[in-house]
Design a protein around this ligand. Sequence first.
Ligand code: ATP
Length: 377
Amino acid sequence: MSLTRPASDLGTPAVSVRDVSMVFSGQAAVADASFDLAGGRFLTILGPSGSGKTTLLRMIAGFQKPTRGEIAINGRPVSDEPAHKRKIGMVFQKLALFPHMTAAENVAFPLKMRRFDAREIPARVERYLDLVHLGAYGDRRIHELSGGQQQRVAIARALVFEPELLLLDEPLAALDRKLREEMQLEFRRIQRELGITTINVTHDQREALVVSDEIIVMDAGRIQQMAEPIAAYREPANAFVASFIGVTNRLEGRVAGAEGEVVTLETPLGVMSGRWSAPAGRAPRTGEPAVGMLRAEQIRVEGTGSTGAALDTHLTAEIADVIFEGERVVYEARPTGALGVTLRAFDHDPVGHAVQPVGAHVRLGWNTRDLIVFPQA
Ligand SMILES: Nc1ncnc2c1ncn2[C@@H]1O[C@H](COP(=O)(O)OP(=O)(O)OP(=O)(O)O)[C@@H](O)[C@H]1O
């Protein structure tokens, strides 16, 4: 039997969330959340602590009933369906494996609970242990397995009964960095191999970018943006998303003028040009407060040898700190005449470029299109 399932057609979303809110003692943990997720996609809900990610996931799982709104799984409204009736596999940070059982017994457990035909169970357990590369470890007890292997047992156990949805609530948060990065790729491989619709919750932006087909960024209970990872990075919907994903310099200011999508912004660094970005094409108004967001990797530190591209904006600055991170050099630079402002800039070629010392006076350069200007919320 093949483990691969056809991706469901795009007609009915695998998960549909409509105007869902969850209110705890007068406070909305989730407010008016709406999204559709197509079958076979890997979605990550990303946001800071307390932004409502887990609450949203728990409502989809059926552990909590929304105060308002409707959730449907494969077209079936589930708000009145209890958690154990939903065909959902779950992996949490706490794996909750049975320590006295073997890996194979742990994986068999959900099949026994669901009264699968006993003759089918061993072959199915073997297939799912193979899927997570633990074919040779079925007889080991949980305490005889490494952290990463235990994680794999938990994944096999969540998938063995072929759920229609896989939910992951920070399952990798407790692992060390190397293992976490390895397991991120494992989740991705297994998800693709099975084609199972997956929703993952994390506050780790790197994990969200690495594993997901789509991400939802949440803040203060509200969905700020749903997009493919690269689209959210290139075209953040607002200043919150721009600052939460990536390393971004923030310049507060006022709109001084506009021509097409190019606005001029009065900032502590002087008047600069940027690219206007506002919901539903709202035009900039002269004098209105706005914020310019500029990614660290879009700023070139001139004099390092990285002056190849033509740049249309320049200023002078003094290097206040230099951090060598291996694959990149991070500069903290203080623009001349702008008290209290520090810009962070990356140089991604520490081998080919000269590294500027602290105290050096340099020119910083970038392009108008890289300064994204949002209206102040
Ligand atoms: N059962 C509950 N009763 C009351 N308030 C709750 C309950 N569950 C969550 N909250 C509150 O709702 C808000 C959102 O919590 P939630 O756990 O969904 O956030 P989160 O984004 O998952 O955060 P974290 O990354 O820290 O887990 C928080 O302010 C939290 O205190």
